[in-house]
Design a protein around this ligand. Structure first.
Ligand code: SAM
Length: 277
């Protein structure tokens, strides 16, 4: 891998979060954690030099991989040669409409990626909030971010991303990964998180209402939920109090004390009051 990068004068770009993996055992372990098999369509965000892409290609039916950095084109032509089931799309994934990506994929899929750290949370939020055919994500992220994905309500790690993922399924850390396994070496350790959208989620009356309720609950963590509700939904204090009373939320509670299903119940109440356009 190093020789191919060198041969093509490739320089690592920090702004794109380029920390590549090469350890074959780890790459195969990530693919196994994801549960990829010969029926799987895998979507990767961040092809890099193609190490994880190739490992996916060996197990999956089809791999679609997005890469923002076109200077990797000659590298990938070499490292992915012979991988007939791989399609690399040289575009910024964050600028893609997920519904268009899903239309192109044409079937259910799994996201498997060593995510660029600077867009980790927006990428994961995009799948949690908008995806219709995603069965789950197995992603390498910074360890501290991984803990947020799996956090318990009330803990300091619990936040909007935890609640967004919890509505869709269950999240768990499958392995911790030392910074020494990346080139170039980052300043922090990482972890692989598996989010399974096929089990453990819950229904809400409106996904949009849930999204806005979650944003409101974590809008200002130092404020009470009552105050956040008043400012987010233009409610009077009496109206906000009445809503929280219906859910038996104690006076002065903060948003972070509500578990994701309780946030779901709150969003259903707000939805019933037609507070969403
Ligand atoms: N998958 C490779 C690996 O495991 O070695 C590379 C992972 S590296 C952490 C992240 C990759 O994502 C980089 O190649 C980077 O150029 C690419 N990337 C960064 N932002 C992106 C974006 N918005 N859309 C698509 N790819 C992006």
């Amino acid at each position: 891998m190093d020789e191919v990068l060198f041969k093509h004068n490739f320089t690592f770009k920090k702004k794109f979060g380029q920390n590549f993996l090469t350890d074959p055992n780890l790459l195969h372990a990530i693919v196994a954690d994801a549960g990829v098999n010969e029926r799987t369509t895998a979507l990767e965000i961040g092809t890099g030099a193609g190490a994880l892409t190739r490992a996916l290609s060996e197990r999956a039916k089809r791999v679609v991989s997005y890469e923002i950095d076109k200077s990797l084109q000659p590298v990938l032509a070499e490292t992915l040669s012979g991988c007939e089931n791989v399609e690399v799309v040289f575009r910024d994934f964050m600028r893609e409409a997920l519904c268009a990506v899903e239309r192109e994929l044409g079937e259910e899929y799994l996201v498997v990626a060593n995510l660029p750290y600077y867009v980790t949370t927006p990428v994961v939020m995009k799948f949690a909030e908008e995806s219709e055919r995603c069965r789950g994500l197995t992603v390498m992220v910074q360890e501290e971010v991984a803990r947020r994905f799996c956090a318990e309500a009330g803990s300091s790690d619990y936040g909007a991303v935890t609640a967004a993922l919890a509505r869709r399924g269950s999240a768990k850390i499958t392995r911790l990964v030392s910074r020494t396994l990346f080139t170039p070496r980052p300043n922090v350790d990482s972890a692989v998180v598996k989010v399974d959208f096929t089990e453990g989620g819950f229904e809400v009356r409106s996904a949009k209402a849930y999204r806005e309720t979650v944003r409101c609950a974590f809008l200002n963590r130092r404020k009470t939920l009552e105050n956040n509700l008043m400012s987010s939904f233009s409610l009077s204090r009496e109206e906000a109090k009445a809503l929280l009373k219906e859910l038996n939320v104690p006076d002065g509670a903060r948003g972070e004390t509500l578990t994701p299903p309780r946030l779901g119940a709150l969003s259903d109440l707000l939805f019933a009051q037609r507070l969403f356009s």
